[in-house]
Write a protein that binds this ligand. Structure first.
Ligand code: URA
Ligand code: URA
Length: 205
């Protein structure tokens, strides 16, 4: 095995171990009502980490992130950007257990779950982080920032570049916001070419 494949296997193993730890987590009450933990998934060496809010109904049933309606739109966005869940990206959430009735996670639930996300970020070590919506922005960066004001602007955060953009569910509710979102993702592709792969192919250009 090359160093790269050894390192891949190692990181995959560490992520699996972390997932086993998160499975035991009872730091908030969401663990009592969820069906399945949604740890997140993707390329263990992803250069881009997507962060959503938390599992919804289908994610909670299946144990995978973004598999419902929002996930279908996210997949379409990824396809246009030339990214795949297997190769370039990892998808996680602010909270890993579904809040009942699709409510947003409370500040206490977010705070209880955040250390797990920090560990995922440390292990995966992405260069770029995409924050999908207000909960991701407020949970990871600053509770006072407004997604509608700050979207589309790179934030330098702990040695990484963070792009806040709208949550796919917001785009489904407000199709008029899609134009802005496409501009945000064009910036992401441009940055990916600049700092990761100059030959990256996307349907944007
Ligand atoms: N919405 C989210 O924020 N995360 C998911 O995993 C699915 C839907
Ligand atoms: N409001 C939200 O909560 N999320 C978005 O992405 C946009 C508006």
């Amino acid at each position: 095995m090359t160093d790269k494949t050894t390192d891949m296997a190692q990181r995959e193993k560490e992520l699996k171990e972390l997932e086993a730890e998160v499975l035991q987590c009872r730091k908030c009450a969401l663990a009592e009502t969820r069906n399945q933990l949604v740890f997140g998934e993707g390329d263990p060496h992803a250069e881009i980490l997507f962060i959503g809010e938390g599992p919804g109904y289908y994610e909670d049933q299946q144990g995978h992130p973004f598999v419902g309606k929002s996930g279908q739109l996210l997949d379409r966005i990824l396809e246009v950007c030339g990214f795949s869940r297997q190769q370039h990206i990892f998808i996680g959430n602010i909270v890993k257990c579904r809040p009942p009735d699709n409510r947003a996670p409370t500040p206490e639930e977010r705070a209880a779950c955040l250390p797990w996300l920090y560990k995922q970020i440390d292990l995966i070590d992405p260069k770029i982080i995409i924050l999908l919506g207000a909960t991701a922005l407020n949970g990871l960066i600053d509770p006072k920032l407004r997604i509608t004001k700050i979207r589309g602007q790179w934030i330098a955060w702990q040695g990484r570049l963070v792009m806040p953009t709208y949550h796919p569910a917001a785009l489904l509710r407000n199709p008029g916001m899609k134009k802005d979102a496409w501009e945000d993702f064009q910036q992401v592709v441009a940055k990916f070419r600049e700092i990761v792969d100059p030959d990256h192919h996307s349907d944007f250009c």
